[in-house]
Ligand binder design. Structure first.
Ligand code: IPD
Ligand code: CA
Ligand code: CA
Length: 260
């Protein structure tokens, strides 16, 4: 195993322990609002602190970009970690066990290592560029389903109105598949595409820490990640389309405006 992946796993498991402990007594958690429908708890912060501490102890020259504390270290560092200490905070606050810790490493802007850890199910998703994707110790691949009518998609749009944006573009994509799930953790949705539990995913206005690790999990599992036009640049725009090659292609086609 790549040593940097090993450190990332250690950091993710430690953060997972913090999250699991806190989940036993949700009444004690202090919750603050960062914006409409955007919450942060002391658990998010404690988990991020713990991850940063583990990463920086091993790699003091690396930069870290975290959701809660922003960028630490040099902006132009060759290696930058991108972390979401708790993705699915709203689920967590409600005691709904669908959330995860996400840690990605970029080297000169390219994601090379990825860890997603679901502490409530003890599921660890990992990938190193060029070495495949694993769930716990088992190699996984994206789904082999080919018929769009049978595809199950994950989705994230911040407000329900966004699903109608672009002249019904999204409706065309979602109406013809088998089902769409909005489960509240983009990080887990992407990990589930990588393991074939979901056939595809579409999300809008996401942040780098929501998608960095999941994108490598999907690519190393044989899937595709792009923006809604099939181009790169999704990490900056936050608009992400992902899936197995067969389903991705059909999602992309369904998203294109119909010519009259
Ligand atoms: C959120 C989750 C959610 C997505 C939001 C994210 P957070 O992350 O990924 O699925 O819909 O856009 O902000 O705030 O729980 O880390
Ligand atoms: Ca997130
Ligand atoms: Ca978060």
């Amino acid at each position: 195993m790549h040593p940097m992946l090993n450190i990332a796993i250690k950091a993710a498991r430690r953060a997972g322990t913090i999250v699991n402990r806190a989940s036993l007594d949700l009444e004690r958690i202090s919750v603050a609002r960062k914006g409409p429908r955007d919450y942060v708890t002391d658990v998010d912060r404690a988990a991020e602190e713990s991850i940063v501490e583990t990463l920086q102890a091993a790699y003091p020259d690396h930069a870290v970009l975290g959701e809660e504390f922003g960028l630490q270290g040099p902006e132009q560092a060759e290696f930058q970690w991108i972390i979401d200490p708790l993705d699915g905070t709203t689920n967590f606050i409600h005691g709904l066990p669908n959330y995860a810790v996400s840690i990605a490493l970029t080297q000169r802007g390219q994601v090379t290592q990825a860890v997603v850890y679901d502490p409530s199910r003890n599921e660890l998703f990992t990938a190193s560029r060029g070495s495949g994707t694993f769930l716990n110790d088992r190699r996984v691949r994206v789904s082999s389903r080919t018929r769009y009518a049978e595809a199950l998609l994950g989705a994230h749009w911040p407000r329900s109105g966004d699903a109608d944006a672009g002249g019904g573009r999204f409706r065309q994509m979602t109406e013809n598949c088998s089902g769409v799930r909005r489960m509240g953790s983009t990080v887990l949705d992407l990990a589930y595409v990588a393991t074939g539990r979901l056939d595809g995913f579409c999300g809008l206005k996401l942040k780098p820490w929501d998608v960095a690790a999941g994108s490598l999990l999907i690519q190393e599992a044989g899937g595709l990640v792009a923006d809604l036009d099939g181009e790169q640049g999704w990490m900056d725009s936050g608009n992400v389309l992902a899936g197995s090659p067969k389903i991705f292609t059909q999602m992309l086609a369904a998203l294109q405006p119909k010519q009259d």
